[in-house]
Design a protein around this ligand. Structure first.
Ligand SMILES: Nc1nc2c(c(=O)[nH]1)N[C@H]1C(S)=C(S)[C@@H](COP(=O)(O)O)O[C@H]1N2
Ligand SMILES: [Mo]
Length: 323
């Protein structure tokens, strides 16, 4: 199978947008940007296989609780055109190097303002719960989008089990740091600061649409998409949906977040999808939808990515101030 994204990538991400987002990062010279990636075959079965219990649980999930009307993006595209800087900054890096990362076994450490902090295995967190499937639109801040079926649990269900206290005003998330397996984290190639960190206000985190995924297209989430467990917040730009989570912390203060630290003027803490609020360097009014059959369509972007039921969370806020 030949790699078939080099041409599409140019269509999908406005070139100057993509280059500029990279250029703000230290340690990445023009040479690295200009170097074209060799065409490589991508094979999902190069991934380290998931444990049997997880594979079985995800594959046997039939309850589909949320559906997008939009045609679903081909699995191949969703698994080979990725942003996961731990593997590198090019869209093909995550799928290409996914096999170098072994996410099993996995633990998440929960701390901060809660009654039941602790270290839990993925199995402790997931195996006793029933999973559901949700088809969500994913809108990247770079103005491309996909429609992806996720398998997992409501974030609220997970968070509630740790019994957050009344001081828990925010939830902070942290991704894994393992430079031996994640070549994007090796000094020479380092880009953003590690670990990748993200956060939500507690009421956003408790919204029924906020989701923790362990599966995608009816299979365990592959490494390039954030194995074994990642956040999916469909009404916010894709970078809020942090991958490969190892730490969750309940906090009283608003936590720092990776892209906001990298460039606070361009990436806010909230980062709700908002077609009326242009990114300082490009419009957010439209997006390039990577749809079924690899078809790319330019379509209007919807407020909150179409998930207008979250509007109440922001009713007292000026959304051009709280970007
Ligand atoms: N840890 C981590 N999480 C991350 C990223 C990343 O680089 N590192 N990229 C984000 C961005 S910019 C997007 S658009 C989505 C992409 O998710 P996908 O590759 O599964 O489509 O993951 C987000 N989560
Ligand atoms: Mo993104």
């Amino acid at each position: 199978m030949s790699y078939r994204f080099s041409e599409k990538e140019q269509n999908v991400t406005p070139k100057e947008a993509f280059l500029n987002r990279r250029q703000i990062m230290k340690g990445l010279g023009l040479a690295a940007i200009a170097a074209s990636a060799p065409k490589v075959a991508f094979s999902a079965d190069q991934n380290v296989p998931p444990p049997a219990w997880l594979d079985k649980k995800v594959r046997s999930t039939v309850y589909r609780s949320v559906k997008a009307d939009d045609p679903i993006t081909d699995a191949y595209d969703a698994k080979s055109y990725n942003n996961f800087y731990e593997f590198g900054t090019a869209k093909e890096d995550p799928s290409r190097y996914a096999h170098e990362f072994n996410p099993y076994p996995w633990e998440i450490e929960v701390s901060g303002e809660c009654e039941k902090p602790g270290k839990l295995s993925l199995e402790d967190l997931i195996s006793s719960r029933s999973l559901e499937e949700r088809i969500y639109r994913l809108r990247c801040v770079e103005a491309w989008s996909m429609v992806i079926p996720w398998t997992g649990i409501e974030l609220k269900t997970l968070l509630a089990s740790f019994q957050p206290t009344s001081k828990a005003k925010y939830v902070a998330f942290e991704s894994i740091v393992r430079p031996e397996e994640l070549r994007g984290q090796k000094g020479r190639f380092s880009t953003i600061e590690w670990p990748y960190i993200e956060g939500l206000r507690i009421d956003e985190a408790m919204h029924p649409l906020a989701f923790m995924a362990v599966g995608m297209y009816g299979e365990p989430v592959p490494a390039q998409n954030g194995a074994p467990i990642r956040l999916v917040v469909p009404w916010k730009y894709g970078f809020k949906s942090i991958k490969s989570i190892v730490r969750i912390r309940f906090t009283e203060e608003q936590p720092a977040t990776t892209w906001n630290l990298a460039n606070p003027r361009e990436y806010g803490f909230y980062s709700n999808v908002n077609p009326g609020q242009p990114h300082p360097r490009w419009s957010q009014a439209r997006e390039r939808r990577i749809g079924a059959g690899g078809k790319i369509e330019r379509i209007p972007t919807q407020m909150f990515n179409g998930y207008t039921e979250v509007a109440d969370l922001y009713k007292d806020m000026n959304l051009s101030e709280y970007i």
